[in-house]
Design a binder for this molecule. Structure first.
Ligand code: ABN
Length: 178
């Protein structure tokens, strides 16, 4: 009788193990395939950078720089915060500030007409630093041992308030050809 019970025990154990192992393998396979199927649906809607495709579709046109971008042509030699980001514009100081009496003049190339222009970079004075749109393009600038060609200077020094706020870029002439 004992042998019969041992046999039944052994048989039950073997069947249980077989069912358990095949069931867990199957459920693992089901889980993996669920992930694969879900991934196939989810991946195309993830936020990939498609700007290069969009650019190709629009004939590879580059976005034109605007008055709040450092690479706007007339900012070629700025060292400061753009007044166009500070409540003023590229040529006018924000309310509560006044244009510096002394200034740094750079020469910038306008790609629209192919000419070079003299640009006066006046600082706007009388309020604390704007802190927005800092540009440091410095085309044609040289180190401080030659003040006339150095622009890392607070041009508010000659105003009633020498507190620097931002910088405007005013065209003051056309550069002569060599
Ligand atoms: N011309 C802008 C500026 C102001 C303060 C200090 C350095 C540069």
């Amino acid at each position: 009788m004992k042998r019969l019970f041992d046999f039944i025990d052994g048989w039950t154990e073997r069947r249980t193990r077989a069912i358990a192992s095949s069931t867990s393998r199957r459920s693992a396979l089901v889980r993996v395939s669920r992930v694969l199927v879900a991934g196939a649906f989810a991946l195309p809607v993830l936020p990939f950078d498609r700007s290069s495709q969009a650019q190709a579709a629009t004939g590879n046109k580059k976005k034109e720089p605007t008055a709040t971008d450092c690479d706007y042509w007339r900012y070629c030699s700025v060292d400061g915060f753009l007044c166009s980001c500070c409540g003023g514009s590229s040529t006018s100081c924000p309310p509560g500030t006044s244009a510096s009496k002394v200034t740094w003049v750079g020469t910038c190339h306008n790609p629209a007409d192919g000419k070079d222009y003299l640009v006066s970079y006046n600082d706007c004075c009388g309020r604390t630093s704007c802190g927005r749109c800092f540009c440091n393009t410095n085309h044609g600038e040289r180190p401080g041992y030659r003040m006339g060609i150095h622009n890392d200077v607070n041009w508010c020094m000659a105003n009633a308030s020498s507190v620097y706020h931002c910088t405007v870029s005013v065209i003051v002439g056309v550069a002569e050809k060599d």
